[in-house]
Design a protein around this ligand. Structure first.
Ligand SMILES: Nc1ncnc2c1ncn2[C@@H]1O[C@H](COP(=O)(O)OP(=O)(O)OP(=O)(O)O)[C@@H](O)[C@H]1O
Length: 259
């Protein structure tokens, strides 16, 4: 069992921003959420994390409606890496990562050795060990992004929800992050703009347009020039390598309005 969205709808500010989406990630799979700006990716992630409630449809975790679960019990299983990572608080990186341990505190408090081991492992996995004692505000945008990912890993989640986690990262760290996510024994739903990263690292992709999931399946089946033209209004050529991984080559000179 895993997180499951069943025909969820969400009205925001009078507009239907998620319109009847069903999502059933396979346990352990990496699912890429694709789609143009404003297509509903972040909104769907908020419904999946339980930070927003659908107006219609349900989100369940192991068969139980998220509405029936406390924030804390959801957070023991589901970790979220959001899009905006700004904070003015004077806090050290290790303390940010340690926040990931809060949902695991029992009635008798924390378990220092277990918590420290989880924090150290998360810092190491994200290449942040040498920056653990730095102040948050002294980090670059990409380093802050990696620290947020470390915080989510310290949570030792079974489900990981990530909203454009690569947007501040240099190309090496983009690849390393998605390789890490792919290796982890977690189910991941990750919003991405880069179709080639999605093609290389996602087991499945779901393409959103105007709040709806308009296509879903393995990247090689979904990422066709026709789909890219319809959804993004961009002409593209798709080359499929010997490993079956598609590479999308965009043709920016021939842009047309999306359907
Ligand atoms: N607080 C809000 N009130 C009203 N509408 C909102 C609010 N937040 C987002 N929206 C609208 O919801 C729609 C979906 O936004 P969402 O952030 O889910 O899209 P997205 O696919 O994640 O976009 P992006 O790629 O730009 O991050 C957009 O039309 C957006 O303007």
């Amino acid at each position: 069992m895993t997180l499951h969205a069943d025909r969820v709808r969400w009205n925001r500010g009078g507009a239907l921003v998620v319109d009847g989406v069903t999502l059933t990630p396979r346990p352990g799979a990496t699912v890429g959420l694709l789609g143009p700006n404003g297509s509903g990716k972040s909104s769907l992630l908020r419904l999946l994390s339980g930070t927003a409630r659908p107006d219609d449809g349900t989100v369940t975790l192991d068969g139980t409606d998220l509405r029936a679960l406390s924030r804390r019990s959801v957070a023991r299983t589901v970790a979220v890496v959001g899009q905006h990572t700004h904070t003015d608080v004077d806090i050290r990186v290790r303390d940010v990562v340690r926040l990931g341990r809060i949902p695991h505190r029992g009635p008798l408090g924390s378990r220092p050795a277990t918590d420290a081991a989880a924090v150290d492992a998360a810092l190491a996995a994200t290449g942040m060990t040498d920056k653990a004692d730095r102040f948050w505000h002294s980090l670059s945008g990409g380093e802050q992004q990696r620290a947020h990912i470390a915080r989510a890993l310290a949570q030792e989640p079974r489900e990981l929800l990530m909203d454009e986690p690569t947007n501040h990262l240099d190309i090496r760290h983009q690849l390393e992050l998605l390789e890490l996510v792919q290796r982890l024994p977690v189910t991941t739903v990750v919003a991405l703009h880069d179709l080639n990263l999605a093609a290389a690292y996602c087991d499945e992709v779901v393409v959103m347009a105007a709040g709806r999931a308009v296509a879903a399946g393995p990247p090689a089946q979904v990422l066709t020039p026709e789909l890219i033209g319809e959804v993004y209004g961009v002409r593209a050529t798709v080359l499929v390598g010997e490993d079956g991984v598609p590479t999308v080559v965009l043709r920016p000179a021939a842009v047309s309005a999306p359907a």
